[in-house]
Write a protein that binds this ligand. Structure first.
Ligand code: GRF
Length: 302
């Protein structure tokens, strides 16, 4: 359990001890203050007691925890923790209007941020949408863009957005360490594929289990697998006179376009559609849903 917490919060064992002590002391302090309040106001009615209890948990407990966190040196951790909970229940979030630079991030900050790498091979329109979506997020950072094609448009996006990029080579990717060391050095938590044209080696899959997502421009399990990419997918859909196509967001496993599907959205295939016109409709669906689905998955993991 402790190991899971350490991983989840990305903290060392000593810091975990401090955090748990802060929770325990903060909780005791809240309990003590609560008893005092109930005595001072001589509360007897059940409903009033429940009201006081809700007030204690929502106001006094965060305050007590933040106070106790100061002597334990965990103030930053708890501010961020409480902000995260606030965001979840819709109390905070839009107040952060500015992107933090790396130098502004303290060690505690960066440890609490989920660091994403995007793997892409092409133009990178999905990559751009994902970057835009998380631009002001303190919870998620696009830490790296990995590309297997030095002429890909996505590298220009990386440069424009000041995001480090890494051009990878086939030999090392498939027969070397699959760049696991480089990704670990960058403290990557999650891998997002957005038009990445190579298979993902098992070394990467086992190093980031259930933490690699892909988007496919069709409704899997149909029109997936070898050879089903780019316009080939749309041509096959049109040739089979499908009435509907769409997108699939799925976890990545060792088999191409095979891992569990998390999300699908559909669009019509029109009678006079060409691969290009259908691709446009599919792209719009991808841009609308991929960043949001990524965020939902990351939030459900915290
Ligand atoms: C998308 O259609 C995606 O489904 C597929 O590759 C395409 C990438 O497009 N896997 P872009 O480079 O993000 O514009």
């Amino acid at each position: 359990m402790f190991e899971r917490l350490q991983k989840k919060w990305k903290v060392g064992s000593l810091q975990l001890v401090f955090i748990i002590s802060t929770f325990a002391l903060g909780g005791s302090l809240t309990g003590y203050a609560g008893r005092k309040l109930i005595n001072v106001f001589a509360i007897e009615q059940d409903w009033l007691w429940i009201l006081v209890y809700i007030l204690l948990v929502t106001l006094l407990w965060p305050l007590a925890v933040v106070l106790v966190s100061i002597p334990f040196g965990q103030f930053l951790f708890f501010m961020k923790y409480i902000r995260k909970i606030g965001k979840r229940v819709g109390l905070a979030g839009s107040s952060e209007s500015r992107v933090k630079t790396d130098s502004e991030l303290t060690t505690h900050d960066s440890r609490l941020t989920t660091r994403i790498v995007i793997f892409a091979s092409g133009t990178g329109t999905n990559t751009q949408k994902i970057i835009d979506h998380f631009r002001n997020s303190s919870a998620v950072k696009i830490a790296l863009i990995v590309c297997n094609n030095r002429h890909a448009g996505v590298l220009k996006i990386a440069a424009k957005e000041n995001i480090p990029s890494l051009i990878i080579e086939k030999e090392k990717f498939f027969r070397g360490n699959a760049y696991t060391d480089e990704l670990k050095e960058k403290q990557i938590d999650f891998i997002v594929l957005a038009g990445f044209m190579w298979m993902i080696p098992s070394l990467l899959i086992s190093a980031w289990p259930n933490k690699i997502l892909n988007i496919h421009p069709a409704l899997l399990p149909k029109y997936g697998g070898k050879g089903m990419y780019g316009h080939y997918v749309h041509e096959a859909v049109i040739a089979n006179k499908e009435k509907e196509s769409g997108i699939s967001i799925h976890y990545v496993d060792e088999i191409c376009d095979h891992g569990p599907v998390i999300f699908q959205a559909t669009c019509p295939v029109l009678e006079n559609d060409t691969a290009d016109s259908l691709a446009l409709r599919i792209h719009a669906l991808e841009h609308k849903h991929y960043p949001r689905v990524i965020e939902e998955i990351l939030m459900s993991e915290v």
